[in-house]
Design a protein around this ligand. Structure first.
Ligand code: FE2
Ligand code: FE2
Length: 312
């Protein structure tokens, strides 16, 4: 069975559609800076659709993105998030290893994108391998990259087959006012929380500097995978869990908003999220990773940081 994933991403990541010449290879490139061999993110915005060649499809795509965010912004309320965390916090959907989940996610193919029609495991391994090259000693970061999108299994029927707006897209805090930096902010007008006094102030139900651990985020693959990792006793460093939980929190790590809710630990972890994020965005490549060749390395990391079987 195949489940289609569409990359609904913020305008901040897609509006600067570049020509083939500008982006070099007609697909995706991983440029290197001249002085160092370190990864150097291109000055373009990218994820999924942004590199596609659309023949008259651009306005249709825009409409699809808008409709996605309209649905997301209407339905992601404080109560919805609490219900989702309660339901999925039971971890009673499946038992499997991390690697088995990587293989399961392979059933989720992004067929909406002709430039990036690789199975999801390729995105995971490409991200992980690119980071591994530049940060060879941070094995926890390699593993974090491998597993960061596993929460997308929420789209599969075995996991409730959640709608796209409850799985992917940018994330944001609920329970406080929706910052204007959020993509397609206007659609929050239809969110019931927007007209609820306890939720529609700057701090809402939170307090200044309370720490993101105490903040509810819109529900999606980030928070789900965080729950799975934490509740199964993963021994990843805190920064690894932070990356998993907030990698779609673009209003924070790209726009720099919601920082008033952070504490000192969040600010430390955010540095690693900034490192991770450029690989997540830019490692999507036509370069195929030989799964069998790298598998032993990642299995060793999984054994180091996770139990053999996890509850999902
Ligand atoms: Fe993701
Ligand atoms: Fe990703």
């Amino acid at each position: 069975m195949t489940v289609l994933v569409e990359h609904y991403v913020s305008d901040s990541r897609i509006e600067e559609k570049k020509t083939k010449e500008e982006r070099g290879d007609g697909g995706f490139m991983v440029p290197k800076s001249k002085e160092t061999d370190e990864f150097d993110a291109p000055d373009i915005n990218f994820l999924g659709h942004s590199f596609r060649d659309y023949e008259n499809g651009e306005s249709e795509r825009q409409q699809g993105v808008e409709e996605f965010y309209r649905m997301q912004h209407i339905h992601q309320t404080y109560d919805f998030v609490k219900d989702m965390r309660k339901e999925y916090g039971k971890l009673n959907k499946m038992e499997m290893s991390i690697w088995e989940c990587c293989e399961l996610l392979n059933n989720v193919v992004d067929e909406s994108d002709p430039d990036l029609d690789e199975p999801q495991i390729q995105h995971l391994l490409q991200t992980a391998e690119a980071i591994r090259k530049d940060y060879p000693n941070e094995d926890w970061l390699h593993l974090t990259a491998l597993i960061h999108d596993l929460g997308k299994v929420l789209l599969l029927p075995e996991f409730g087959g959640l709608p796209q707006w409850a799985v992917v897209g940018d994330t944001f805090p609920v329970g406080c006012t929706f910052d204007p930096a959020n993509i397609h902010h206007k659609y929050f007008k239809e969110n019931p929380d927007n007209n609820t006094p306890k939720y529609n102030t700057k701090n809402g139900v939170y307090s200044e500097g309370c720490g993101l651990d105490n903040v509810l985020m819109s529900w999606g693959h980030d928070d789900y995978m965080y729950l799975v990792a934490k509740e199964n006793g993963a021994t990843l460093p805190h920064a690894g869990l932070f990356i998993i939980r907030y990698h779609s929190f673009y209003p924070l790590h790209k726009a720099g908003t919601y920082t008033h809710l952070m504490n000192d630990e969040d600010r430390e972890d955010l540095k690693w999220l900034h490192v991770f994020n450029k690989y997540d965005l830019y490692s999507k490549s036509k370069v195929h990773v030989d799964v069998e060749q790298v598998k032993p390395y990642y299995i060793s990391l999984i054994n180091k940081y996770f139990p053999a079987k996890l509850k999902w």
